[in-house]
Design a protein around this ligand. Structure first.
Ligand SMILES: [Fe+2]
Ligand SMILES: [Fe+2]
Length: 197
């Protein structure tokens, strides 16, 4: 699978918010790629093998510095605009910020467990398998729901009113792995992504 987004990706100043939706969908593809790698870690742990915990740590660090810190807050702003501008399209959205908080919470617990293992502590294998599987499932279900339901509502709002969301207010923070490829911080993750491309 290919690394997505070039390093020189920049957003033109005059573009409308549909570009933002393209970015959010691209983020999902990138997150799905990392979750696919995480599946392999679960398979290894289930087989009684020790996975590469440094790689696992980089995956969870990525999840906390980009999806949790950039992707979800961006979505929260867009969903807020949908609620305030198009109440007719915004039914049943009250749980979304909780979903994002829950995913961030599950992710930080998992990251703490991995860091503890890397620091020499013993964490039960069954608990790691359970927590990792729960995290993967939760995030996949959340992304699927957004793509099948929520993003379509946003598309509808933006088709009717392309500048409903002021994307200049959101700024653009680059993805540290898929855009910037910061070798020092994510060396193992990048190597794993390249080996599967
Ligand atoms: Fe989300
Ligand atoms: Fe999302």
């Amino acid at each position: 699978m290919a690394l997505r987004r070039g390093c020189n990706h920049t957003r033109p100043m005059d573009t409308d918010a549909r570009e933002l939706m393209t970015e959010l969908r691209e983020d999902h593809r990138n997150m799905a790629t990392v979750l696919d790698l995480m599946d392999r870690i679960v398979v290894q742990m289930e087989a009684g093998k020790d996975p590469d915990f440094e790689l696992f740590d980089e995956m969870m660090r990525y999840m906390t510095v980009y999806p949790d810190a950039v992707h979800h807050p961006k979505e929260d702003i867009v969903y807020g605009q949908l609620r305030s501008r198009r109440a007719d399209l915004a039914e049943d959205l009250d749980h979304v910020p909780d979903d994002h908080n829950d995913i961030a919470h599950l992710g930080s617990l998992l990251r703490d467990e991995i860091e503890a293992i890397n620091a020499g502590a013993a964490v039960r294998r069954e608990k790691m398998i359970e927590d990792t599987s729960a995290y993967i499932l939760r995030l996949r279900n959340h992304m699927r729901w957004e793509e099948e339901d929520l993003f379509k509502r946003i598309d509808k709002m933006l088709d009717d009113e392309p500048h409903a969301v002021d994307i200049e207010d959101l700024g653009h923070i680059k993805d540290p792995v898929f855009e910037l490829e910061i070798e020092a911080g994510f060396r193992r993750l990048l190597a794993s992504l390249r080996s599967t491309s």
